[in-house]
Write a protein that binds this ligand. Sequence first.
Ligand code: GTP
Ligand code: MG
Length: 372
Amino acid sequence: TDGMNAQDLAKILHRPAAEIVKKLFMLGVMVNQNQSLEKDTIEILAADYGIEAKEKVQEDITDLDRFFDVDNEDESHLVSRPPVVTVMGHVDHGKTTLLDNIRHSHITAQEAGGITQAIGAYQVKYNDQVITFLDTPGHAAFSEMRARGANITDITVLVVAADDGVMPQTIEAINHAKAAKTPIIVAVNKVDKPGANPDHVTEQLTEYGLIPEDWGGDTIFVKISAKFGKNIDELLDMILLQAEVMELKANPNRRAVGSVVEARLDQGRGPVATLLVQQGTLHVGDPIVVGNTFGRVRTMTNENGRRIKEATPSTPVEITGLNAVPEAGDRFAVFEDEKTARAAGEERAKRAQEEERARTSHVTLDNLFATM
Ligand code: GTP
Ligand code: MG
């Protein structure tokens, strides 16, 4: 309970944070939502909610996290799955160009202003092995998207331009990867440029604990030119090598769970969400809860726009059929039937609304305290 505050308690008890703050106020404890609480205070408050809270946890259909409990998965159900690799780095350092080269396509040409504004998700086949790539934007404004990307990835490829060196979003990306505990492979890019100084980049990165093997460390560095396709195969080899060490597995024979990579409202098709399947297999027709939305998977397409009927672990797919647009980073889970999915989705949406209302009303309570 170290550092637990009213907001944490509100989440556990499924109560608006404002209600918790109010109860604390009645108990003579004046705190805002973010101040940590004494152990005694937490105990008194929990007792107040005790029985009710316990009952709720047991039959809480709205809890999506319980589906992600893979530690209890029987070993014999697990099979190898492709690695999920997130490409991160400072703006313009060449992330999308690298993925372009890998896919032999031209994503940058279609992007507004050539700046990546959302995470893209793609699968490639290299040496008969599948790799799932997530592109992320390097612009300073998209910090949260990078954090989400880091959280659903197995491996981070950190792209650093050799003519520019370590920049603010390079450091931010390192921190996200470290927080998410994913191994980092460094791709020193643009080595073709006249001003390129790859050794300087390596030197800079040692300050952040990223030390290449020939300098006595254990971080993989690959010098590449994304634009001219230099050493890209070597980078892919290193990704597969790292993935092999990690022995990534999933059970494809269960109801699917995963995360939202991106979501938007399409004029013709309604809510459209790019999902990354993390466990199980997702099928057309599956009843699903995605964040605070629900529905049935109406259509499913792969990244090339081809209609598919099912998606196995580590596969990114675009689906339609949701009642509203979920948020990037939301988790999804397939439910046993549509009725339960609807009930869970509606309840989750209601709670999110209540929390939002509590958050806003709390601001006024805070202001009140400030003037007292
Ligand atoms: P954001 O998505 O905005 O963060 O940028 P990005 O990291 O995806 O960079 P992008 O791939 O859009 O490349 C930015 C610019 O650098 C483009 O003009 C690319 O052509 C150029 N570029 C990328 N890689 C290389 C390279 O290896 N060599 C050279 N010379 N130019 C490169
Ligand atoms: Mg980009």
